[in-house]
Design a protein around this ligand. Structure first.
Ligand code: BV8
Ligand code: ZN
Length: 240
């Protein structure tokens, strides 16, 4: 039996599927990844932009980086990989999607209630009253101020060195603690705590599958590693 068939069979029989996605699932929609060729961290240092210190030092620079990313996302559509996960949610019982992506494309593709552990680029949060609001202005006037209290707004995104929202983290860990199949798609597996979810599922006895262009640190601990594009592989995993 081929690896694809093994995974198809496991998915069709799964009662609680947990999926973790990273930037790789949005690559075929034209969204740059972080660490691959042409990745965002190739031209910028993460420490200079995606940290609270960077924002405190130069909020305008950080907002210009996010305006560049928001502008690049205008008109971007989900790809067959995103759509396949929306179909899986419809067809399979107990489906949970956890994403590290901030682009919002899973919701556009039709997944309801994805757990966005690193936040969402289309939301802003007030640095004073902490109000969280949707904001699709492209570009956002920099630096933006809160409509309610006038204080500086920041992207509602988790930066390096910042703790993740505890409720969001709890939902993400519960999904992988109790799943019977885990699908790890398009992530380099270097950022914690997201990178620990695959091993959590394995330790709890789940069947773990990785979908990635290339091997990652998780490849050694998964049951099946499917190498190729998520937009080509995921549709082939759908139940008939
Ligand atoms: C926290 C926001 C508690 C910005 C992001 C030392 C050791 C270990 C850990 C740490 C350490 N020091 C600090 C830490 C913790 C740190 C961390 O993990 N650092 C790492 C880098 C060493 N983590 C944190 O700080 C987290 N908070 O732990 O809180 C705490 C508190 C204080 C102090 C310590 C701990 C917060 C992490 C969130 C950071 N924010 N982004 C923004 O996005 O605007 S992370 C950033 O990386 C993105 O959000 C992204 O989601 C994430 C992961 O990247 P990937 O999605 O995996 O993307 P990448 O480009 O890396 O890989 C793409 C993959 O896709 C590749 O494998 C490629 O082969 C594949 N691919 C490409 N095309 C395709 C494909 N696959 C399939 N099909 C394709 N077509
Ligand atoms: Zn405010």
């Amino acid at each position: 039996m081929s690896d694809l068939d093994r995974v198809r069979q496991r998915l069709a029989a799964s009662q609680r599927l947990a999926v973790l996605t990273g930037a790789g699932i949005s690559a075929e929609s034209g969204v740059p990844t972080f660490r691959g060729p042409g990745g965002l961290w190739c031209n910028h240092r993460a420490e200079d932009l995606a940290t609270p210190e960077a924002f405190h030092r130069d909020p305008k620079l950080v907002w210009e980086w996010y305006n560049m990313r928001r502008t690049a996302l205008v008109g971007v559509q989900p790809n067959p990989g995103h759509h396949a996960l929306a179909v899986m949610q419809e067809k399979l019982p107990g489906f949970n999607l956890v994403t590290q992506n901030v682009d919002g494309l899973h919701a556009v593709a039709g997944n309801s209630d994805p757990v966005e552990i690193h936040g969402n680029i289309w939301k802003v949060r007030c640095t004073a009253c902490h109000a969280i609001t949707g904001d699709h202005r492209v570009p956002i006037p920099t630096p933006p101020s809160c409509a309610a209290c006038g204080a500086l707004l920041r992207p509602h995104i988790v930066w390096f060195g910042e703790s993740l929202d505890s409720d969001v983290l709890e939902r993400a860990f519960a999904a992988f603690e109790y799943c019977d199949v885990a699908l790890i798609v398009g992530t380099s597996g270097v950022v914690q705590p997201a990178a620990s979810l695959a091993d959590l599922a394995r330790r709890r006895g789940a069947f773990v599958v990785e979908v990635n262009l290339e091997p990652t640190p998780a490849t050694g601990v998964v049951d099946v590693a499917l190498h190729g594009r998520a937009g080509e592989i995921l549709p082939q995993l759908l139940p008939g």
